[in-house]
Design a protein around this ligand. Structure first.
Ligand SMILES: NC(=O)c1ccc[n+]([C@@H]2O[C@H](COP(=O)([O-])OP(=O)(O)OC[C@H]3O[C@@H](n4cnc5c(N)ncnc54)[C@H](OP(=O)(O)O)[C@@H]3O)[C@@H](O)[C@H]2O)c1
Length: 268
């Protein structure tokens, strides 16, 4: 039986990179995204493992039920939730001018939706059996003392915008700062249940989301935006998710992994 991962927005950009990496690790992957099922892509991904697709919005709580139930019906358990789906504001507007509709849309998709999807999936994880402990789980534990195995893992994809202001997309920054707090909340609440919760914080990653500001960031990378003078890739972010999901850090939760070429390091 494969391990089962839910990856919201797993059909494009960073999410697609995460889907591909998890399939390569032997996971079955359930994707939630808004567009009609991209059948060619799903067929292609299915060559690497089991994939399912639910069309729906992470902002709609009714869609969460369909998404989670479909995965449980097919595979019977959920080992990993990656809250990846997210949007930038449709219009970058100075916070003196920005519209409440954009605030509600961005917060609904980036923060409220994942918060309640986490609530639903956490209950599933709490109710399910811990997988059989492996020899690796026991490493470092005294003889006769069973190492606690991980019952499930939740990874939130936030952003460097959680801690970096952009005054022309305040709602995005606030949504990602909120994801940081949600990570801490869920990590604390789910720790006694054997569910680990982490935050992956990407810097500037080459996807559709950043395609419209490519020239600006090309220039900024050339000017030293990050110690590593290049854009990040979906595979860079996926690598962090795979590491966190591997369960090799069972006594760590609530951690933040920056995937930003060192951009978060204060420099003089
Ligand atoms: N790119 C960056 O530089 C960067 C940096 C930091 C953080 N991030 C974060 O990383 C995540 C992925 O970003 P990306 O760059 O890969 O963006 P992207 O290329 O624009 O892809 C966004 C993905 O999210 C899905 N999505 C959007 N709204 C949704 C909704 N309401 N319900 C379900 N799925 C929805 C999209 O599905 P459809 O195909 O149906 O639209 C798509 O799969 C986001 O949370 C973003 O904030 C990105």
């Amino acid at each position: 039986m494969p391990k089962v991962a839910l990856v919201t927005g797993g059909n494009r950009g960073i999410g697609l990179g995460i889907t591909q990496a998890l399939l390569a690790e032997g996971y079955a992957v359930a994707i939630l995204a808004t567009r009609p099922e991209p059948t060619e892509l799903i067929t292609e991904l299915s060559r690497s493992g089991e994939v399912s697709y639910v069309q729906g919005s992470v902002a709609e709580l009714d869609d969460h039920a369909r998404y989670v139930d479909a995965a449980l019906e097919r595979w019977g358990r959920i080992d990993l939730l990656v809250n990846n789906a997210g949007v930038a504001p449709s219009v970058r507007a100075d916070i003196l001018e920005a519209e409440p509709e954009s605030f509600d849309r961005v917060l609904g998709i980036n923060l409220r939706g994942p918060y309640f999807l986490t609530q639903r999936v956490a209950k599933v994880m709490i109710d399910q059996q811990r997988p059989e402990a492996t020899a690796a789980d026991g490493a470092g534990h005294a003889a006769g003392q069973a190492a606690p195995s991980v019952r499930g893992t939740i990874v939130n994809v936030s952003s460097t915008s959680a801690v970096t202001v952009s005054t022309n997309r305040g709602e995005y920054c606030i949504s990602k700062a909120g994801v940081g707090m949600a990570t801490q909340l869920w990590a604390a609440r789910l720790a006694p249940e054997g569910v680990l919760v982490y935050e992956v914080r990407p810097g500037v990653i080459a996807t559709d989301m950043t395609a419209g500001v490519k020239d600006k960031y090309d220039e900024q990378f050339a000017g030293g935006l990050a110690p590593m003078p290049r854009w990040g890739t979906p595979a860079d972010v996926a690598g962090a998710v795979v590491q966190l999901a591997a369960g090799r850090m069972p006594y760590s939760t609530g951690e933040i992994i920056n995937v930003d070429g060192g951009m978060h390091i204060p420099r003089l």
